[in-house]
Design a protein around this ligand. Structure first.
Ligand code: SF4
Length: 291
């Protein structure tokens, strides 16, 4: 298998075969993100992908999930993506699911019918970075989209029957918009009703625009308890039919997880308890936090 640069995948793809079909992220402009800064976006050729799949076939009996990397592989035009997905499906008889990252733009480039076609071939989950439900923050971090479009993209994925997993970013509104960001994000999750939502906490990575903003004093990272307040407000504002919400990513100070609405009260109670105690030993230590 050939991999170019650092490879990123969602935590739930830890046991998946990672197949790098695109290099980098087609957007690559978010101020907080350093993931693909060193990569110029391009699609790998079908021949290269095929060689990797052929190599991985020797492990076919173990491969149940494949994750198509990098940044937003869904941007691959349907005519090129279908043969890749077919190649994967035919190579691994025990395959249960193919997953990939999408963004608002790449999802909206596909019709519901095209997404259904991908689902028929094994694409079972799309990961979408929502980050915030606050348009002001979305603009500030240069996400390059508007909430109405993201809601439309989310609906398209859901209408296709593919699982929609989204990430949101605690702290990305800074101290200034902390409360607004938290409330708006909870409400936005209510609006789009994803199947899974994962909360990450902002970590300022050197070399990013966000790091410059911190240096200039135009962005202030909320402290751990403010991030927990955000988590609380966010969950409080989610009115979900059936959503698995988790903050167990390594960037967070407090892992909580559970099904909403069933476990909402228990999750809020757990966060409230830590907020009341204000005992630093109840938080993940700084040295163990990572993106
Ligand atoms: S956050 Fe996602 S869309 Fe934004 S630059 Fe990073 S990989 Fe690309």
């Amino acid at each position: 298998m050939r991999y170019e640069g650092a490879i990123y995948r969602p935590p739930s793809e830890a046991e998946s075969l990672i197949l790098q079909v695109t290099i980098g992220c087609s957007h690559n402009k978010c101020t907080f993100c350093s993931s693909f800064k060193d990569k110029k976006f391009r699609l790998r050729s079908f021949e290269e992908v095929k060689e990797d799949v052929e190599e991985a076939k020797q492990y076919a009996r173990y491969i149940k999930k494949v994750f198509i990397a990098d940044g937003d592989a869904l941007i691959i035009p349907q005519k090129r993506l279908i043969p890749i997905v077919e190649l994967i499906k035919n190579a691994f008889p025990k395959l249960e699911r193919i997953g990939l990252y999408g963004n608002t733009k790449s999802i909206l480039k596909k019709s519901v019918e095209e997404l259904k076609e991908l689902k028929e071939l094994g694409v079972g989950i799309i990961y979408l970075g929502v980050e915030t439900g606050d348009q002001v923050v979305l603009d500030r971090v240069c996400k390059g989209t508007v909430l109405d479009k993201t809601a439309e993209a989310a609906k398209r994925v859901k209408d296709s029957g593919i699982i929609l997993s989204v990430t949101i970013l605690l702290g990305i509104g800074g101290v200034e918009r902390s409360k607004i960001h938290a409330e708006a994000t909870g409400k936005f999750l209510t609006r789009i009703q994803p199947d899974y939502a994962g909360a990450l906490s902002v970590i300022v990575v050197p070399g990013t625009v966000l790091a410059e903003e911190v240096k200039k004093g135009t962005f202030e990272v909320p402290n751990p308890y403010m991030l927990l307040e955000e988590l609380y407000t966010m969950i409080e504002n989610i009115d979900a039919d059936h959503l698995y919400f988790a903050s167990n990513h390594a960037s967070n100070y407090l892992p909580v997880k559970g099904w909403l609405p069933e476990e909402k009260d228990a999750m809020l109670k757990a966060i409230k308890h830590v907020l009341q105690q204000k005992d630093p030993s109840m938080l993940r230590p700084e040295y163990m936090r990572a993106l």
